[in-house]
Design a protein. Sequence first.
Length: 258
Amino acid sequence: MKSLQENVLAAMDGTDIAQIPFFPYILQDLWEIGTDPSVVIELVRKHKTNYSGLRVLDPGCGKGAVSVKLAQAFGCSCLGIDAIPEFVDVAREKAAAFDVGHLCRFETGDMRISVKAISGFDVIVLGSIGPVFGDCYQTLTALAPCLNQDGIIIVDDGYIEHHSRYSHPFIQKRETILRQIDDSGMRLIDETILDQQAIKDSDDYIFQKIEQRCRELIQQHPDKKAVFEDYIRKQIEENDVLENKIVCSIMVIGRKIE
């Protein structure tokens, strides 16, 4: 099993453990650092009822944007878990600011361990967290015990199209993902393909903020210039992958109907 630091680094598209303490500074201008909450809200609205009674699990919640906005939209209860304490602090502040502090609970911890002790959730949101639990099969089998019988898992990720020759260490082809969903005892219920122009617009905005903060850190820590320049370079590479190499998709997954 990878260390918690290694998983944080992968989820944040980092390249060097030395970058981790600086993520709160680098990302200070960005609240919605993963999945678009509006898409998740519409999928929950489409596939669930009794909105105020829903229990939502948001592992890898970042700064809590998805949980806070779900709680605001539906009056549901949300539990967010993240490994970066500063992100959890922001999530709590945002929940209070949006008047949903009584509905949202945020914890700092290793989600891989935390999920082993919790259950009874109607919705689980995996918002662009990368392969923290492993591949799709490993992820679904790890999270299935947390889910109610009629619960759903909303996964924001990407896949490589069948005809593509592109390969990536963490991104699989769609047919592989579908097979792993089936092998895990689950089924694909719905899928939203994200608009490429919207992805590019979002990437451009986020990159502008990240580059600005990295340049500031280079001025503050000239001895770590290579560390921050490498992070900038990695963001350019990852944006190219998202915009040109893969299909960005949000899947709704549930248990097989017996």
